[in-house]
Design a protein around this ligand. Structure first.
Ligand code: KIV
Ligand code: NA
Length: 265
């Protein structure tokens, strides 16, 4: 079976079909999500705060993401795999952006890249697309700019709404095949979704986007502590993993594991 393409996603929007997107950073999650039929998997720089133990995505490098993206590609056959361009790997110039995008495509086998920003990144998007690499845009709240934004703040409220709409239109005009809207007021995300012909992928952007994305650890309930309002735990992986780990530790301590059936003679 062939992989999902940019044409499939545009056709889904034309048919009014909503679709899910999840992050993935390894083999078994990628396998499960692909088997379920999640059409797009993102090797996000959210690996920074979900795999690598950093407080945010700012420290993440291309070298960090390349092996993870390779694993996700090798573990899937249907999903389109999108790999993030991490902070510092594309902001210097459109030439740097293109060079990084080419490296990621060659070294990981991903089918597309994603980068953050508004109209100011349109030139980079255009150059990468012109080189034959599909680009997913990401605007609204852009985590790589958390330090200039001044925290995790909702975008596109009030007079700020037009700015988000204009950014999305510039990104579509530059050739982006989809646009992630992160922490955007639902009314503004609805307006963007109406105004652009490419799919919008919401995260904290209300119910009117064409698609919805979550970090998989949030979706599955693996994350510890309080999650942001926009996530939902659809399972309790944290609880399941804690129970399994306790059972293993207890059985080792009591000598009931390994049992006869686990033992060679
Ligand atoms: O890195 C990531 O997980 C993302 C999604 C939140 C869109 O960029
Ligand atoms: Na990201």
């Amino acid at each position: 079976s062939r992989r999902v393409t940019v044409r499939d996603l545009r056709a889904a929007k034309e048919r009014g079909e909503r679709w899910p997107m999840l992050t993935s950073y390894d083999m078994y999650t990628a396998e499960v999500f692909d088997e379920v039929g999640v059409p797009v998997l993102l090797v996000g720089d959210s690996a920074g705060n979900n795999v690598y133990g950093y407080p945010d995505t700012v420290p993440v490098t291309v070298d960090d993401l390349v092996p993870l993206a390779g694993a996700v590609v090798r573990s899937t056959s249907r999903a389109m795999v999108v790999c993030d361009l991490p902070f510092g790997s594309y902001q210097v110039s459109s030439e740097q952006a293109l060079t990084t995008a080419i490296r990621i495509m060659k070294e990981t086998g991903a089918q597309a890249v994603k980068l953050e920003g508004g109209a100011g990144t349109a030139e980079s998007v255009r150059r990468i697309v012109d080189a034959g690499i599909p680009v997913m845009a990401h605007t609204g709240f852009t985590p790589q700019s958390v330090n200039t934004i001044g925290g995790y703040r909702v975008q596109g409220r009030g007079t700020d709404a037009e700015g988000v709409v204009e950014a999305a239109e510039a990104l579509e005009a530059a050739g982006a095949f989809a646009i992630v809207l992160e922490m955007v007021a639902a009314e503004t995300a609805a307006e963007v979704t109406k105004r652009v012909s490419v799919p919008t992928v919401g995260i904290g952007a209300g119910p009117h986007c064409d698609a919805q994305v979550l970090v998989w650890q949030d979706m599955a309930g693996l994350r510890a502590g309080r999650a942001p309002r926009f996530t939902k735990a659809f399972g309790d992986l944290r609880g399941a993993l804690t129970e399994a780990t306790r059972a293993f530790a207890d059985d080792v301590a009591s000598g009931t594991f390994p049992a006869e059936e686990h033992t060679y003679h």
